[in-house]
Design a protein around this ligand. Structure first.
Ligand code: ZN
Length: 250
């Protein structure tokens, strides 16, 4: 079962699909359209605006009828999206900041050092010559992902212990539309971008996915398992909804 993001996180690749336009009420709405191997038409609004995916056999007229049917939802979501604060873009210069576990960390070049050092609110990146932001970005992202893997693994082990289940195998995702996913076979995928959020929200996502080991649904029984693992989950759930706007674009 997947824990979906209300709006997708920072773009990781240029948006796929053909640009199309449709008139909805008095408004011309731009959207990206692509064909996908799926059973039904899918619709998402994220940092790229409206995106539609449809199976190959569905004619475009039917796709447009589908969008018109959802016109009110689309208009409301698009105006929410326009009004929403935009995520910070990290420019990778010395002194720029990036959120780790909910707190800002200042980036620093350490050309004379080999490693990467997180200390006193500073993330020092070694081996990168000063003034090479692309190299700094590459090393920093690799480090952040490694750091995320270690942290998420730790939290997963902690909460698995509390639930009384073996620690599931973990893989990292950078999916655009989900924080986490628990497969039927017990494998858990967690979004490495969770590392930007405060620990209590990371823990909520971990507890949520682990609870799916007991209940592969979002029934009242499922939420009771979540509540047993993570009391006060409702607040974390609400807070998580606003976090997508704060996730930095790396
Ligand atoms: Zn779920």
């Amino acid at each position: 079962m997947q824990l979906e993001l209300p709006l997708a996180i920072a773009p990781v690749a240029p948006p796929a699909g053909t640009l199309r336009y449709i008139q909805l009420g008095g408004e011309i709405v731009r959207y990206r359209f692509r064909r996908a191997r799926r059973r039904s038409i899918g619709m998402v609004i994220d940092d790229d605006g409206l995106r539609i995916a449809a199976p190959g056999h569905v004619p475009i007229t039917e796709v447009e009828a589908f969008i018109r049917e959802k016109a009110r939802w689309v208009s409301r979501k698009l105006s929410e999206w326009r009004a929403a604060p935009k995520p910070p873009v990290v420019n990778w210069s010395e002194g720029s900041s990036i959120a780790l576990l909910g707190a800002p960390v200042i980036l620093q070049y350490l050309p004379g050092r080999r490693g990467i050092l997180l200390e006193h609110g500073r993330l020092g990146i070694g081996l990168v010559p000063r003034g090479e932001p692309a190299a700094l970005r590459k090393r920093a992202i690799a480090w952040i992902k490694e750091h995320a893997r270690a942290l998420l693994g730790e939290r997963l082990a902690l909460y698995a212990g509390r639930l009384g289940v073996p620690v599931p195998s973990l893989s990292l995702s950078s999916a655009r539309t989900q924080w986490g996913l628990c497969r039927e076979d017990g494998h858990v995928r967690l979004n490495w971008r969770l590392i930007h959020l405060p620990l209590h929200l990371v823990d909520y996502v971990v507890a949520h996915e682990l609870a799916h080991l007991r209940e592969m649904n979002h029934s009242a029984r499922f939420w009771a398992v979540v509540g047993g693992l993570y009391p006060g989950y409702a607040g974390a759930r609400r807070e998580l909804r606003d976090c997508t706007h704060r996730l930095p674009i790396l």
